[in-house]
Design a protein around this ligand. Structure first.
Ligand code: CDP
Length: 222
């Protein structure tokens, strides 16, 4: 049995958890739940790409131009509570500009520093287990069928009072999957040492319970 306890005189044990997966797979909710369970700070790295997208959109910049996207990388200037960060327009721009190598590089240090905190952290995104924190103690690859993810996204949009049509959302999710998995730099991919969690048939409580079980198993194996 592990007799080490965390106390004031002892640095907390590092628990670094990487959660990756495609759009609307449930990775954000799972990552937040893991952060609460293991008492570690959480970073939603998609928000960084969304912040760049929002900057670019507000300036009227061209998302097809890498240099303009790079100039929009001052993410500290964006209010994290800005509701526009979650809008569909911003999601689409984020998905495009995240393929630019210079944009990814500009956001790298911020993510690596967060992951490098002595006690560890929970980060969710697309390339956490592969690029940002390959040294993570536990890695989850959260996924679900495109159809289930589209249904979830429609429900989420309607709950927020936004218009949503299933066929359009499904088309958009497939296009986003294609861009995320085929881009040259840091494509969405399951790390070799990641546990795959398919949430297609699970409700959110079941998915969280399974995620906690997978992480605990990895931590116990270390
Ligand atoms: O879950 P959803 O795809 O709606 O959004 P998100 O996780 O907030 O990510 C927004 C966009 O940023 C996605 O379309 C990804 O392509 C991109 N992203 C990325 O390239 N790398 C990350 N580590 C996180 C997000």
């Amino acid at each position: 049995m592990n007799e080490q306890h965390e106390n004031e005189n002892q640095a907390p044990e590092r628990i670094l958890i990487a959660v990756d997966g495609p759009a609307a797979s449930g990775k954000g909710t799972i990552a937040r739940a893991l952060a609460r369970r293991f008492k570690r700070p959480h970073m939603d790295t998609g928000m960084l790409y969304r912040a760049v997208a929002l900057n670019l959109w507000r300036w009227g910049g061209d998302m097809g131009n890498e240099f303009e996207a790079l100039r929009a990388c001052d993410v500290a200037a964006v209010d994290p509570d800005d509701p526009e960060l979650r809008s569909e327009a911003v999601s689409t721009i984020a998905s495009r500009i995240s393929a630019y190598p210079s944009v990814r590089t500009a956001l790298l240090d911020r993510q690596r520093q967060f992951a490098g905190q002595p006690g560890g952290a929970v980060l969710d995104g697309r390339d956490i287990g592969t690029v940002i924190a390959p040294e993570a103690d536990a890695k989850l690859f959260v996924t679900a069928s495109a159809e289930v993810r589209a249904q979830r996204r429609v429900r989420e949009l309607l709950e927020r009072g936004l218009p949503a049509h299933y066929d359009d959302v499904l088309t958009d999710i497939r296009a986003r999957d294609e861009r995320d998995t085929t881009r040259a730099v840091s494509p969405l991919a399951q790390a070799e040492d990641a546990d795959r969690l398919d949430t297609s048939e699970l409700d959110i409580d079941q998915a969280i319970a399974e995620a906690i079980r997978m992480v605990e198993q990895r931590l116990a194996a270390d």
